[in-house]
Design a protein around this ligand. Sequence first.
Ligand code: ATP
Ligand code: MG
Length: 797
Amino acid sequence: MQDFEKLGVFYLGRKYDLTSKSMLDDLILYDSKDLVTHAVCVGMTGSGKTGLCICLLEEAALDGVPSIVIDPKGDITNLLLTFPELRQEDFAPWINAEDAAKKGLSADEYAAKQADAWKNGLASWGEDGARIKRLRDACDFTIYTPGSNAGLPVSILKSFAAPPSEIIADEEMLQGQVNTTVTSLLGLIGIEGDPIRSREHILMSTILSETWRKGSGLDLAGLIQQIQSPPLQRIGVLELESFYPSKERFALAMQLNNLLAAPGFKLWMEGEPLDVRSFLYGPNGKPRVSIFSIAHLSDAERMFFVSLLLNHVVGWMRTQSGTTSLRAILYIDEVFGYLPPVANPPSKLPLLTLMKQARAFGVGVTLVTQNPVDLDYKSLSNTGTWFIGRLQTDRDKLRILDALEGVAAGTGTKFDRGAMDQIIAGLGNRVFLMHNVNDNAPVVFTTRWAMSYLRGPLTRDQIKALMDPMKSTRRPTRPVEASIVTPLTEKASIGTATQGSQRPVLPSQIPQYFLPAGQQNAPLVYRPMLLGVSQVRFSDAKRKVDENKDLYFLAPITNDPMPVNWETAKRAELKMSDLASAPLDPARYSDLPSAASVPKNYSAWQKDLVDWLMRSQRIDLLHSPSLDQYSKVGESESDFRIRMQLATRELSDQNMEKLRNKYAPKYAALDERIRKAEMAVDREQDQVKRQKYQEAASIGSTLLNAFVGRKVSSSASKTASDYQRVQKEKKDVELAGENLDALQKQRKQLEEDFQAEVKMMGEKTNASTEKLETVSIMTTKANISVKLFALVWSPAT
Ligand SMILES: Nc1ncnc2c1ncn2[C@@H]1O[C@H](COP(=O)(O)OP(=O)(O)OP(=O)(O)O)[C@@H](O)[C@H]1O
Ligand SMILES: [Mg+2]
């Protein structure tokens, strides 16, 4: 493992010198948290955008950051082609036969060549099979094919499920989601519904928002039925019948019904539900990269699916906690058509919402396009990172320069249009200009070799071959329920029913209640049982637990020497209002054990109950030893692991910031002194020294360089005394001409210190696989109060 991998930075490539057309030593290490302000990647076809972004997704996956990938061309499916052993036979099934034929090679020869190309390519970037293996282990990679069963199908049937309450509570968000859903659905049946003018749109939106507001969902069949007989009389001020007569509504219903009945559409109903959480994390909380390959769909179907998916991402996002670290990535490999400057397709609103709001939730959106002219730049003006590749036309270049100028104006950074123009004109394949608002200056770099085998779009059969083994193992992934340990919940059903007699007469000190009876076929028979209703408090300051639980336990009463044994009690799902003070009539009663008519027994049994509760009741929490954090009450293991993954990343981001704040100012000051000293010595000699220095560039220096070329956060900004010190140093240099060698030694030392410090950092915990401990929180006698203790008559079942 290279040292930088501990730091949560993404290794994207190396600096590139456009003048000499050569690669420099400096690594491009992209700070993962910069991605929360989103990235845009533009460049002509073949410029290497997908290669770059696959590297970005690989780095994210290595670091345990999950991604949702929308893959309109099918190139990102290549993320599944990773071969730690890099053997010819690993490549053979995936090579492009046409390419082999073009080169006049047999399939095997070509596969061998590709395997070599990848092995050597990776080696030249300091990567190897071990890194590929780590990538494969870090995340689960899946290809979904909506509307097809080549990959994993996605069911949209559940997609009209009500959005989370956070969205329903926000009228604007709710209307946005309703609009997108209806527009894309109408698009699917060939109706271009204007949200304000089209009757179809208005009717369907009204139905959907009314249903969602109630918290219910609606599937396509339900929608069709409601279009025919809507649960409303008026639309606006008009009677429904005059607004949209039933005959015409029927025609719309038929159109939707035809869609539903179309043979191909069945596939839209199968598979996993659109559940963003399960696209991002497996059942045990392991991060996932979910690739939605949509190349096989028609334009209308793509729009429909992409809009729905984006809406769900927005909905999921709004239920997350805030963070400044990167929680997840949403990547679109060709955004053309989804975020156009003038038109308003259904995908646009959710995308705009994401661009505006996702940052607060740590969701980084990355958009790629060949067509810089077809993007809505207004919505991209806050985008933090721009990757500009080779562009085809001057018009594209002008558009991008305008966009970058806008970004610079927005962030108050200076922008040299002329210089930028020149740089962009000089870019070649796989060479990108990265304009990151967090960096001091834009950099030109060439992308590292992708670990995945970039063979281009996979065929249907290839996708099938990759995904078939997974189909049988994938189950819907819902979190396992809370971990509160009590005996099984069950309606009381114990006691021997020797039915017959009258209801026994008991001393008045013994309270009696009757439990509700369900559907009864046979005559009702009541059995006596003991009910203890208690409130139990679990309190533990260290684990931040303070939880009150209301517990209802029913115990049988017997004629045994020990008539009541709480060990055999069952927890009942009851509430106080379920307890009736009179029986239902007619009813029979089973015999009452004699101990039950002695009032003083009840206080003894109550004491037993308290003792038993104290021994038996507990709350189990999970503990992460590496982070020393506990799960919350009721939090599932997968939720806890997901939370810990983010916590790990937040911690590593903080550590990195500390490291940067410590070294960047020192480094900058030293650099300045070196510059001055160089100016002081003879020019020729200077060049010799420079060269000497460059030769000596160690991994420490490339690492430190990659690390410090950015704006340092305000906490590290120079203090007055720093400033004075620098001024004084400058003077010293001017006066004496410092010894360049000595200064360079100092810098080397600084680099070594830095590297040693990085080395010292432990490897990051993998919260998705870390062994967790279980910690039980018990209660105390003082924390148990019995609210009700009574004899109850429970209907026999
Ligand atoms: N990082 C990389 N590692 C290895 N090969 C690469 C890399 N980037 C690009 N390539 C090679 O260059 C080819 C073209 O690059 P890529 O597919 O990334 O272009 P693109 O800009 O996405 O083009 P398009 O707009 O047509 O999708 C790839 O098929 C691959 O062979
Ligand atoms: Mg591409």
